[in-house]
Ligand binder design. Structure first.
Ligand SMILES: [Zn+2]
Length: 430
């Protein structure tokens, strides 16, 4: 056994109390051995003046969309997708997805994120990037059938199922998967009926966008006579292991249904605000006992992948939506971005305790904007930023030490991403 000791800092424990302690990690098993005083390891990470937190868990992303960051802004979801994003995505090559994913993973490591769920295309490229970068992920191929003939639609759904089966357990168990129909309005009901049972047989969960905008609710109510999540339940897509993104336009019956079924909801407040999709009833969901997590969505609608930014947004918009300053508290958002997201997407991470996964971030709290230290949980929710993250560790392996990423060549990734993004935009304009 080789060990890593994270020494001299304070540690955010799973009950959200903070202890002055060292953290001893089994690097081979990728687990926390002990949290206590004077713990020496084979390798040391200095955490003096810092807070050791569980690594952040980004519950919903399209990581390769980093190449479209700042490409099309200030539009609502429908026209943004149809006029800008889909035409650009039609030109994306496998190599583009690879470099876009590496750029996103670089940004995640630099902002303390150690696990994420991702829906996109060219998933083998994303899996290869995850394997190299050293994070944990639940990956899937997004299915869209509405613009395809029957043969194309079924091939797309089959691809998602095959990817989910083939890549589950990859990267020494750091990669898990899901069957990922894009949404309830972009995938025909007949394909859901055919392929969701096959996902169950394969033992993989189902992840999709739900109730993001009013335009996603009304067509289902008109066509099927029920709310979208009742329709999802009819199609067998509301199991405990399943999780949906957004859940902005939910009525009380749908919140109850989510709580009853144990289906997770990933709240994406920045994306919802930027596309003016609406405000998710997060406080209501928490009160009803829904498993809620937090996600950035893609970089084209956010426009960064920092979970610290997302936490602040979640607290702010949660209070506004509830018209209650005590709603979506600092403690609540710190749970959303760690254990909440982990539980919603079905990964056994997000807590720092003995025996838990050694996925963690070390945050420098001796900074002007994080002074004084009345309440470090408050600082995580409201004041800390990506640039405050000093070290990032996933599965017992140091991915970033003193802001230097060890698994990816930062300059090279940025250069290649700039080149790929410029070439992509040039192709779209031809
Ligand atoms: Zn999304």
């Amino acid at each position: 056994m080789t060990t890593l000791s994270i020494t001299g800092g304070r540690v955010l424990l799973s009950d959200l109390t903070i202890a002055r302690a060292d953290v001893l990690v089994d690097r081979d098993e990728g687990t926390v051995l002990e949290i206590g005083s004077d713990l020496a390891g084979d390798e040391t990470l200095d955490a003096s003046g810092s807070l050791v937190t569980p690594g952040f868990v980004n519950g919903h992303c399209h990581v390769a969309m980093t190449l479209l960051r700042g490409y099309a802004d200030d539009k609502p979801l429908e026209s943004w997708l149809r006029e800008d994003i889909w035409p650009a995505e039609a030109e994306l090559t496998a190599e583009d997805v690879r470099v876009g994913a590496e750029l996103g993973l670089l940004e995640m490591i630099k902002s303390g994120t150690t696990a994420f769920a991702d829906m996109y295309y060219e998933v083998p490229e994303i899996a290869a990037a995850v394997e190299k970068a050293g994070l944990r992920a639940r990956l899937g191929h997004g299915v869209v059938t509405v613009v395809k003939d029957d043969e194309g639609a079924r091939a797309d759904a089959r691809t998602s199922l095959e990817i989910a089966t083939e890549y589950d357990g990859g990267a020494d168990g750091r990669i898990s998967t899901a069957f990922m129909p894009h949404s309830l309005t972009t995938v025909g009901g007949e394909y859901l009926e055919e392929f969701v049972p096959k996902a169950r047989e394969a033992g993989v969960p189902v992840h999709y966008h739900a109730n993001e905008t009013r335009d996603e609710v009304e067509p289902i109510v008109e066509e099927h006579g029920v709310r979208p999540l009742a329709y999802a339940a009819e199609k067998g897509m509301l199991e405990t292991e399943d999780f949906v993104a957004h859940g902005v336009h939910l009525d009380e019956s749908e919140i109850d249904l989510l709580a009853e079924c144990g289906t997770g909801v990933i709240h994406c407040p920045a994306s919802n605000m930027k596309l003016a999709s609406g405000m998710a009833p997060v406080q209501r969901m928490l009160e009803a006992g829904v498993d809620v997590g937090l996600g950035t969505d893609g970089a084209a609608s956010n426009n960064d992948l920092s979970m610290l930014d997302e936490a602040r947004d979640a607290a702010m918009v949660g209070k506004l939506a509830a018209e209650d300053a005590s709603a979506v508290s600092a403690e609540a958002v710190v749970e959303l971005m760690t254990s909440g997201s982990a539980e919603a997407i079905g990964l056994d991470v997000g807590r720092l305790e003995e025996g838990a996964a050694a996925d963690l971030a070390v945050i420098d709290v001796e900074r002007p904007h994080l002074t004084p230290h009345h309440d470090l949980v408050s600082h995580l929710a409201y004041a800390a930023a990506a640039a405050d993250v000093r070290h990032t560790v996933c599965d017992g392996r140091v991915l970033m030490r003193d802001r230097r990423v060890l698994t990816l060549d930062e300059t090279d990734v940025i250069d290649r991403a700039n080149e790929a993004a410029q070439a992509l935009v040039a192709r779209v304009g031809e």
